[in-house]
Design a protein around this ligand. Structure first.
Ligand code: H2U
Ligand code: ZN
Length: 351
């Protein structure tokens, strides 16, 4: 093998140790200077209450349910749940044709009664209330004997297929551990067995030392672009100390997580001066009654945007058939997000 690889100049691939998948990086293609395409900042004002929104307080949802006049967060069982509690256990076992019934339940969480807010525009106390709601749901759902995994997530923006701008997230709680957290678990277990320490606890500590992919930190959390990021502005929020799930956080850590969520959201919105679309979600230890010493909970953000509020990355062609690829490096993306202000653009340009 020749000299040390030049991650800034040479085409290369990087390993994601959580999934054991590779990402191809072509940094030489970004020699042109960054010209963060100038588009008009998005300043459209939404109403604080929308009579046509099925998530606003007091409004009617599908099936005749009426939302209460809620003041903080509000949780309800999804009227079109993808998983049902009373599915009978059954399976198809016919050679290449395999199927199993799935049991679970789905909930929707309104983050705020205000139709016009997002995590980045809510105050710290309001975002802390979202974190506390996640903790309560994780605790309650995790106790159900047929629930072994609780997936908390937020899907935001019309390009992500989310049609309702009212700030909300979802929870899918189910019997099985879905494939992605199951793979992360397998690799965290293997790492623990080999090294005697937790993969992500070691990872966050060495990123904090290296600094080049860190976006910001507070006392309890670090926000970074992972070395193996696939999406141009993919990020992670990781607790600095090992915690298997969000109910291991103390009061201070819960507020610090809210602080990190708000700051991450604000930097994202400021990057292209738009209400930044993404899918984000928590990965935590399963609620299957096992110890899970290997787990270090974390949040993934997967935003689709590449160069501006309207130019998104498509995973097509070679990527659909071969493997994912990116031009801008994780370090370049981290630098851009690091340069973003933590004052929301709509508040500073007089919207
Ligand atoms: P997204 O917009 O993030 O996809 O989620 C909204 C969820 O709200 C969606 O899963 C549910 C949909 O099933 N929903 C209700 O539970 N009741 C309604 O009246 C409309 C939508
Ligand atoms: Zn609404």
């Amino acid at each position: 093998m020749a000299d040390k690889i030049d991650l800034k100049e040479q085409p290369h691939r990087r390993l994601n140790p959580l999934t054991k998948e590779w990402i191809k990086v072509s940094p030489h293609r970004t020699k042109r200077p960054w010209n963060g395409q100038v588009e008009k900042p998005m300043l459209d004002k939404k109403p604080a209450f929308d009579p046509a929104c099925y998530l606003c307080p007091g409004n009617e949802r599908a099936g005749g349910h009426k939302n209460p006049d809620y003041k903080g967060t509000f949780v309800f069982e999804n009227d079109f749940a993808a998983l049902l509690k009373d599915t009978p256990q059954s399976e198809l076992n016919d050679g290449l044709f395999q199927a199993k019934s799935e049991r679970g339940l789905c909930k929707v969480i309104c983050f705020s009664p205000r139709h016009d807010l997002t995590i980045s525009l809510m105050n710290l106390q309001e975002v802390t209330a979202v974190v506390k709601t996640w903790q309560k749901e994780f605790t309650d759902l995790g106790k159900l004997d047929y629930i072994n995994h609780v997936q908390i997530f937020e899907n935001r923006g019309s390009v992500m297929g989310c049609s309702n701008p009212h700030p909300h997230g979802q929870i899918w709680a189910e019997e099985i551990i879905p494939d992605i957290p199951a793979t992360e678990q397998k690799n965290q277990k293997e790492y623990l067995k080999k090294n005697g320490t937790s993969l992500l606890t070691d990872y966050v500590a060495s990123e904090l030392e290296k600094k080049e992919r860190i976006i910001f930190e507070n006392d309890s959390f670090a926000a970074l672009v992972p070395f193996w990021a696939v999406w141009p502005f993919e990020t992670m929020i990781l607790p600095k100390r090992q915690m298997r799930n969000i109910i291991e956080m103390n009061e201070k850590e819960s507020t610090d997580l809210a602080d990190a969520l708000k700051r991450m959201g604000t930097r994202f919105d400021n990057l292209f001066q738009t209400s930044f679309p993404y899918s984000m979600g928590l990965h935590q230890a399963p609620t299957d009654g096992e110890d899970h010493e290997e787990w270090h909970f974390h949040i993934h953000y997967y935003p689709p945007l590449l160069r501006s509020a309207t130019v998104k990355k498509f995973m097509v062609g070679y990527e659909m058939l071969g493997m994912p690829q990116r031009d801008i490096t994780a370090e370049g993306s981290a630098a851009r997000l690091r340069d973003c202000s933590e004052e929301h653009y709509t508040l500073t340009i007089g919207a």
